[in-house]
Design a protein around this ligand. Structure first.
Ligand SMILES: [Zn+2]
Ligand SMILES: [Zn+2]
Length: 347
């Protein structure tokens, strides 16, 4: 067994290097996973979010096979196919006791060693105990990379409480926007209206469940939404574009008494201009939703393995680990892609 492993280290969005690292040492209650596939997330492309922490090994949407298990590990063995969540909550603090797992201090401190863009990664005891899931035989490693992103969307929609027959508007048709589209249909939405400035993505949204798509570069989204909601606006608007302007404009798509879900982060220094008078008299609820807890990852796995969420359809590009830099380039700059994943060429 070699003692070194290849990792893709992030120095900056345009500077990702393949490096050798020592193989993580596994404690008695830890496992070592051979990465098989790992998704590139929109947040992996946000330089402002990562710069102060670089260099680091990213990759928080991994799946793989257990290569080593410590002697006290129970319930898992070498050869098991798994999804591993990089963040887990403590389960005991004030936030956890209120169900706000993603706000637990421990949530952000937990991580995989060194990260998903590596031939192997170590899984610390809390991640193993709380959010390592065995994959059923009918779900591929590639599909399993969607567990984390689908979990994030499930968490957001649970907060938005979509009712049967609702009109849901999804702003941004990247992988998250399309997952939201599929979930909203599953929740019984009668109309899902998806907007994006890229026609390639709108076509994908249409194929995967959107009832109506609109490109804000050549049409007024608010009017399209009003046309199909008897002038009311959408019951739930989910903003997946990490963009202040998209957020500001989304308020006008939301019906009175509706919910506006803030699903993507913007830079820390950016301010939005929202009209409190309108928010108050229209009783518009703004519901931010960050990340996923162990509850939603389980639900996501079930949705993917039952075929209710068509994970395969979202994956448009695959790159071997040695070409992680290229994978990031495509995910960041190509308009004609949805989910980009990195696979371990050792398989
Ligand atoms: Zn992610
Ligand atoms: Zn906690």
């Amino acid at each position: 067994m070699s003692l070194a492993l290849k990792v893709a280290t992030y120095y900056a969005l345009d500077d990702i290097r393949i490096e050798d690292k020592p193989r993580p040492k596994i404690g008695a209650d830890e496992i070592l996973v051979e990465m098989k596939a790992c998704g590139v997330c929109g947040s992996d492309l946000m330089d402002w979010y990562l710069r102060s922490r670089a260099p680091l090994v990213l990759g928080h949407e991994p799946s793989g096979v257990i290569a080593e298990a410590g002697k006290s590990v129970e319930g898992f063995e070498v050869g098991d196919r798994v999804f591993v969540h990089h963040h887990v909550a403590c389960m005991n603090c004030h936030f956890c006791l209120h169900g706000d797992y993603t706000l637990c201090t421990k949530f952000l401190q937990t991580h995989l060693e060194p990260g998903g863009f590596a031939e192997y990664f170590g899984v610390p005891p809390p991640n193993l105990q709380i959010d390592t899931l065995k994959l059923p035989a009918n779900i591929s490693f590639e599909e399993a990379t969607l567990i984390e992103p689908v979990g994030c969307c499930v968490r957001a929609q649970n907060k938005c409480n979509i009712q049967k027959g609702d009109a849901v508007a999804v702003v941004g048709a990247g992988p998250s926007g399309i997952i939201h589209t599929m979930l909203a249909k599953l929740a019984g939405a009668s109309k899902v209206i998806v907007s994006d400035t890229v026609d390639y993505r709108l076509k994908a949204a249409q194929r995967l469940g959107a009832d109506l798509t609109a490109n804000p570069l050549n049409e007024k989204i608010a009017e399209r939404v009003k046309d199909v909601t008897e002038g009311r606006g959408a019951d739930v608007v989910i903003v997946t574009a990490p963009n202040v302007k998209a957020l500001e404009e989304s308020v006008s798509i939301c019906r009175r008494g509706g919910t506006l879900c803030l699903f993507a982060p913007t830079r820390p220094e950016e301010q939005a201009s929202l009209n409190p008078h309108k928010l108050f008299f229209n009783e518009i609820r703004i519901v931010p939703s960050y990340s996923t807890s162990h509850l939603e990852t389980r639900k996501a796995l079930e949705l993917i393995s039952s075929g209710k969420i068509k994970a395969k359809e979202l994956i448009t590009h695959r790159f071997p680990l040695s070409q992680t830099a290229e994978a990031f380039k495509i995910a960041a700059y190509s308009k004609e892609c949805l989910k980009v994943i990195v696979v371990n060429e050792k398989q």
